[in-house]
Write a protein that binds this ligand. Structure first.
Ligand SMILES: Cc1ncc(COP(=O)(O)O)c(C=O)c1O
Length: 400
């Protein structure tokens, strides 16, 4: 595959996904500036945490500087030690695999399933049941001999992973489950909010997420001890805040009041944002449904998807054009699109020697292209995207 240089898009382009700032952001941030409460303590941090806990349907929420920090802390809470292994999705943004390495453990990559493109829960079960053996009071990877200590399923693109089989096998082997719900705020699995199903859930509020604080994250949990420990670890592990005594290595991972203020304002619009994303997805679906060679994202009957990042698959055999060629043609028409992430079992940054094969992730990576889907995408811009794709594919499909 050719190396892509996406470059800076022109000013009058249709962006892939940009923040939607339309409410109380200015008011709440100004309030922080006016009152001097700009740092990591303040009423907006508390309020943002309450809003997230309510939305995630968990007892506790701890605001962090970003989603990766929340994942790092969650792995520490789960007791993951150096040289342990953690089962994680192969088809995801790299952050969860990196967080596993931050604690000195090793990721075990499990393939995506072909229907909703999420981590294959049957693959997780198969790895734990057949790729591991019970030895010295723990589950050990047959290939590496290392202890498997946690499962970190990633809900990608705004659709939930099928968690029930993962939760069942996790219970069987007493493994904590950390949900990477960074792309899944507002989505539901069998009626339940993502992030509330495992032992901890992590959210991200970076610039492309469904709500943003510019950069930010949240760890949610129902476990009081985990919540207290997360608060402790994210604030430099202060055992005595006057004498600055520390009994553990902590982190400077707390979100600031300024950013939390923005988060509170964004949360006020979450329901509208989810609804708008679903409308955008519906319009794409209605426009592309009869196109040969395009596979559209599906919503499982057990899921409520936000369609956070609207992504389609291109079958080159049928369309006569691959996803990267389409990407370049769209860029020439000032439409920004992008492929999915390189599957992490392929990444030079990580070692996949102990992992099972991940052929679906490879195929999805080759075929996928994400299309403009900002909450603020106008109907006319979406029509422009649809018409441009229709025009490109009608030419290439007929000549293939
Ligand atoms: C699946 C996934 N995990 C983790 C992260 C990390 O979140 P953050 O960028 O807030 O650190 C992101 C987003 O960037 C993500 O998409």
């Amino acid at each position: 595959m050719d190396k892509l240089t996406l470059g800076a898009p022109p000013a009058d382009f249709v962006p892939l996904i940009v923040p939607e700032i339309r409410g109380n952001e200015w008011k709440y941030v100004k309030d922080c500036l006016d009152t001097n409460w700009v740092s990591s303590v303040g009423s907006y941090v508390d309020r943002f945490e309450r809003m997230l806990a309510e939305r995630a349907e968990t007892k506790y929420a701890i605001a962090t500087v970003n989603g990766t920090a929340a994942l790092h802390i969650a792995l520490l809470l789960a007791g993951v030690q150096p040289e342990d292994e953690v089962v994680v999705s192969s088809l995801t943004f790299i952050a969860p695999a990196n967080a596993i390495r931050y604690v000195g453990a090793w990721p075990i990559f499990v393939d995506a399933e072909p229907t909703y493109w999420q981590i294959d829960s049957a693959g997780v079960v198969d790895f734990l049941e057949n790729g591991c053996r019970w030895e010295r009071e723990s589950l050990r990877n047959r290939r590496t001999g290392r202890r498997v200590k946690a499962i970190l399923p990633v809900h990608i693109l705004g659709h939930p992973a099928d968690l029930d089989p993962i939760l069942a096998i996790a219970e069987k082997y007493s493994l904590p489950v950390i949900e990477d719900a960074t792309e899944g705020l507002g989505a539901r699995y069998r009626g339940k909010s993502l992030g509330s199903l495992g032992h901890a859930g992590c959210f991200s509020f970076n610039g492309n997420k469904i709500i943003t604080t510019g950069g930010g994250g949240m760890l949610v949990t129902n476990d009081a001890e985990w919540a207290a420990r997360a608060r402790y670890l994210t604030t430099q592990a202060k055992d005595d805040s006057i004498e600055y005594m520390h009994n553990a290595v902590g982190y400077n991972y707390r979100l600031t009041n300024l950013l939390a203020a923005m988060g509170c304002a964004q949360m006020e619009h979450l329901d509208t944002f989810v609804e708008t994303k679903r409308q955008i997805a519906k319009r794409y679906r209605e426009s592309f449904i009869s196109f040969p060679g395009l596979q559209l994202p599906k919503e499982a009957d057990w899921a409520l998807s936000t369609f956070w990042m609207y992504t389609v698959l291109i079958d080159q055999q049928v369309t006569g054009i691959d996803s990267r060629q389409l990407l370049h043609q769209l860029a020439a028409k000032k439409i920004q699109s992008r492929p999915l992430w390189q599957p992490i079992h392929r990444s030079a940054a990580h070692d996949a020697a102990g992992s099972p094969p991940c052929p679906n992730s490879d195929r999805l990576y080759t075929q996928a292209i994400s299309l403009p889907c900002s909450v603020g995408l106008s109907q006319s811009d979406q029509s422009y995207v649809i018409d441009t794709i229709s025009s490109v594919l009608s030419k290439t499909t007929s000549t293939s």
